[in-house]
Design a protein around this ligand. Structure first.
Ligand SMILES: *Cc1c(COP(=O)(O)O)cnc(C)c1O
Length: 454
């Protein structure tokens, strides 16, 4: 008897902008960011729980017509409160280290059985911990790793379910640092070599070839490469079935991009719901008749736009023709501009009045209103010229002590922070139903110096 799959539910009403002006000052959902800065200090990461849930639901509903598990990519934002929020909604997790495994365990222990473990450099202790946690699937990235996995499974008397992460040699247009699907990249196993490796693996009773996995990169805006990669994977699966393997999972990876461009209140071009639909349609095309349980590993798409970094202006200074706005957040708090030349929209906390230059009738010259935007560099305090958030950016005039907000910082923001320059990491707050929860306190000097031996 075949079980009827749930009908596609109506798409939930999008709230594409959790950060918006209310009474001319920026809020996150119901929370006034000025008050948050006063209470918790800056730099401060602020997240909207509603937006995170909304994005997860968009994904879930887009794939409602086939069996699937959304394994949120922990590395995008690994805060325990966010992992717990997603786990409660049924998320599984894509992890890339034993540390991330511990985070899932701590956030929501039952979610361990929905964990897939990716990464090119898994260590023995990490494999052991994942075997003991009885995770869903190891995404194996080399033949040597497969040997180690078999040996550790035998040592622990467990059968390891695995998928080979294949490299489909598909080009996805994105920043070179986050493109992974070409044979020149370190990720995955040449798709043409995979069949032979599965054959060898079949000889070990400690290995269960349960799936095939693929991940072609991150911040991919066009969906065609996803379809192309899956077409290659489904054809491999057909061969594997011929060879007698019981393939039950197809892991399509993550990588769906978001719009980091300007999208102030009123602009309508940004529609995450449509993006997910296009993505789901592309995957469906690539999967054709393949009906394995689909695993998805979105990270950025779920959390990027739900988060922002709130920072205070320390100084405004001019060097020659350039104006620098120096903030209390630096590249150690948000490295994306320095690392990927990423664009983040930057908004002053007080909404500009929007006056345009006015003609001075007496002199017939253009007079700049005090609100006229100036091109400035917004930079941090770290001793590196790469420590910038924006260069030659039009920004309404700001002065020391003003607050500014860096948008779309929910993914690869906090998770890529460091203590460079011996700077404590920011605190994080989660706005949930108009209540504000401190989900990570600011680090102290004591935290920073604790591991050192003098
Ligand atoms: C980073 C990563 C993801 C998530 O990528 P996003 O672009 O954040 O969706 C998923 N799977 C693997 C294997 C990854 O390395």
């Amino acid at each position: 008897m075949s079980r009827a799959l749930p009908k596609k539910l109506p798409t939930p009403q999008p709230n594409p902008r959790p950060f918006a002006y209310r009474n001319r000052t920026l809020h996150c959902d119901g929370a006034d960011l000025t008050a948050l800065a006063t209470e918790h200090g800056t730099p401060l990461y602020v997240y909207s729980a509603e937006q995170i849930s909304h994005r997860f639901q968009l994904f879930d509903q887009a794939f409602a017509n086939r069996p699937h598990t959304i394994c949120y990519a922990v590395k995008a934002n690994s805060s325990l409160a966010i992992l717990r929020l997603l786990a409660k909604q049924g998320a599984g997790f894509d992890i890339v280290s034993g540390g991330e495994l511990e985070r899932v365990r701590k956030a929501h222990k039952p979610a361990l059985k929905k964990v897939v473990f990716s990464g090119v450099g898994k260590q023995l202790w990490e494999i052991d911990a994942a075997l003991d946690a009885d995770i869903l699937l190891f995404n194996v990235e080399s033949e040597a790793e497969l040997h180690l996995l078999a040996a550790r499974a035998e040592a622990r008397n467990k059968v390891a379910r695995f998928a080979l992460r294949v490299n489909p040699d598909v080009f996805a247009e994105t920043h070179p640092y986050i493109s992974t699907g070409l044979s020149e990249h370190k990720f995955g196993i040449d798709i043409n070599a995979a069949r032979a490796i599965y054959r060898k693996a079949k000889k070990s009773k400690w290995l269960d070839p349960a799936g095939v996995s693929v991940h072609i990169g991150s911040q991919i805006r066009k969906v065609d490469p996803f379809a192309a990669a899956l077409t290659r994977v489904t054809s491999l699966i057909a061969d594997l079935r011929k060879d007698g393997h019981n393939i039950r999972y197809i892991d399509a990876g993550g990588g769906l991009g978001v719009d980091y461009g300007p999208r102030l209140s009123g602009s309508a071009h940004f529609d995450p719901a449509k993006q997910v639909e296009k993505y789901a349609a592309a995957l469906t095309k690539g999967l054709a008749a393949e009906s394995s349980h689909l695993l998805l590993e979105p990270g950025r798409f779920i959390v990027a736009q739900a988060g922002a970094l709130l920072t205070r202006v320390l100084y405004v200074k001019k060097n020659g023709t350039k104006t620098f706005v120096i903030t209390d957040a630096g590249m150690n708090d948000l490295i994306r501009p320095a690392l990927y030349h990423a664009h983040h929209e930057i908004l002053p906390i007080k909404q500009p009045t929007g006056k345009r230059p006015t003609k001075n009738k007496a002199t017939n010259t253009e007079e700049e209103s005090s609100e006229e935007e100036n091109k400035v560099d917004i930079v941090g305090p770290v001793c590196e010229s790469g420590d910038f958030f924006a260069r030659d950016r039009a920004l309404p005039p700001v002065k020391p002590n003003d607050l500014v907000l860096l948008l779309d910082a929910g993914a690869y923001g906090m998770s890529q922070t460091s203590n460079y320059n011996t700077r404590p990491r920011p605190a994080e707050v989660l706005i949930d139903n108009a209540t504000t929860k401190l989900i990570r306190r600011r680090e102290t000097m004591r935290d920073l110096l604790a591991p050192e031996i003098t």
